[in-house]
Design a protein around this ligand. Structure first.
Ligand code: NAP
Ligand code: MG
Length: 401
């Protein structure tokens, strides 16, 4: 059998720990037998980031901009504990995902992988709900303090051009707590553009919700910028594709989401997205069944699994034990990236291969062959065979055969 050919390289970012082990197995057993993979490889393992003083992460981001499509493995974000674990580390390197997101000015879209064998907790959800979380500002870049006695708090802005604005925040009669938050028009605009673009790419409706009845100026500003972008750049395309852009209050959105069938993108402000993505992903099943896509306003796309490097499993693997780590989200990161590459380059066979690989995963799971994280969630009546990592990948490979 002739292997599928690629024309443009895919940017491949390798990672750490168990995710790196899965990465290798997936390439070897599910991709390389069928595709003449053409990738530009960047090793984003912690060791390599340390050796290059993190230049490798910046290079990988630049390559993603150049080629337009990337696939990324989970990577360690160092913290104090990791500094102690790896004495050779010379600096507490920043989160690669943060670096890449800034470089691409991107928005992260998280989508659950739905299978018949594991039904979501919310019975009427039939299609995935994709959450887009704005990842800049608001309380995540807030300034706050507490005060001990009565007094007055004001907020002042001093423009570099001499403009000055002051508002009274509140006069208080006793101890109080305060917070100043902001967001940038440029960031809100990029967020809006990435959301509209991704809705068009995936042919799904876009919902956006804020609390603009209360935060009339603050949240109202988000609403206005979304409307401006929609009217100016996306309305015609949405109408052509029969898609809807729908703005509603966050309270109303929550109620509608629960009653819906799914099948749309829900754009959320930073905090709402933080909370709602955890709720939605838990209701759909397992973190190991969640994909994550970073999209920049110009449509550049990076695919990955939403889970991390699965450290606990990795330590068992190092001791020679068999792990039952779910590779599905990483497989879908690869299939997503290959499908996108195929679409951009007009390679229908590559698109079809991506679809086939996803179907092979679904078929395997629906046949009851599952890793341990899913085994306990399977619908009654399904004969579950809990397998280890390699057995699962082999079962998918068999269905690809
Ligand atoms: P994690 O790697 O997602 O794992 C947390 C737990 O979730 C695991 O211990 C495991 O539970 C379960 N789990 C996650 N993925 C699974 C899979 N594919 N199959 C089966 N079970 C799975 O999160 P973490 O332990 O908080 O973080 C570990 C490292 O990953 C950290 O260094 C962090 O910086 C990094 N991280 C990277 C990314 C990224 O690159 N995008 C994202 C998040 C975290 P059990 O142990 O109970 O089986
Ligand atoms: Mg959260």
């Amino acid at each position: 059998m002739d292997k599928l050919k690629m024309t443009t390289p895919l940017v491949e970012m390798d990672g750490d720990e168990m995710a790196r082990i899965l990465w290798q197995m997936i390439k070897e057993k599910l991709l390389l037998p069928y595709v003449e993979l053409k990738t530009e490889y960047y090793d984003l393992s912690l060791r390599s980031r340390n050796d290059t003083r993190d230049q490798i992460t910046h290079d990988a981001a630049a390559a993603t901009k150049k080629y337009g499509v990337a696939v990324k493995c989970a990577t360690i974000t160092p913290n104090k504990q990791r500094m102690a674990e790896f004495p050779w580390m010379t600096e507490m390197w920043k989160s690669p995902n943060g670096t890449i997101r800034s470089a691409l000015d991107g928005t992260v879209f998280r989508t659950p992988i739905i299978i018949d064998a594991v039904k979501p907790v919310v019975k009427n959800w039939k299609k995935p709900i994709t959450i887009a979380r704005h990842a800049y500002g608001d309380i995540y870049k807030g300034a706050d303090f507490v005060t001990d006695g009565p007094g007055t708090c004001t907020m002042t802005f001093q423009g570099e051009n001499g403009e000055e604005k002051t508002v009274l925040v509140q006069k208080t009669d006793g101890p109080a707590v305060w917070q100043g938050i902001h967001n940038k028009d440029s960031s809100i605009r990029s967020f809006a553009r990435a959301c509209f673009q991704y809705a068009i790419d995936t042919k799904q409706d876009l919902w956006f919700s804020t609390k603009d009845t209360i935060a009339k100026v603050y949240d109202g500003h988000f609403k206005t910028i979304f409307e401006e972008e929609y009217e100016r750049s996306y309305k015609a395309k949405f109408e052509e594709l029969g898609l809807t852009y729908f703005y509603t209050l966050i309270d109303d959105a929550v109620a509608r989401v629960i009653r819906s069938e799914g099948g749309y993108i829900w754009a959320c402000k930073n905090y709402d997205g933080d909370v709602m993505s955890d709720m939605v992903s838990t209701a759909f099943g397992s973190l190991a069944m969640m994909t994550s896509v970073l999209v920049s306003p110009d449509g550049t796309t990076e695919y990955e699994a939403a889970h991390g490097t699965v450290t606990r499993h990795y330590y068992r693997h190092l001791k020679g034990e068999k792990t039952s780590t779910n590779p599905v989200a990483i497989i879908f990161a690869w299939s997503g990236a290959l499908k996108k590459r195929g679409e951009l380059d007009g390679l229908n066979d590559l698109v079809a291969f991506g679809q086939k690989l996803e179907q092979a995963c679904r078929d395997t799971l629906n046949a009851g062959i599952m890793t341990k994280d899913l085994a306990g969630l399977a619908e009654p009546g399904i004969q579950v065979r809990a397998v280890n990592t390699e057995e699962f990948i082999d079962a998918v490979a068999e269905r690809m055969g």
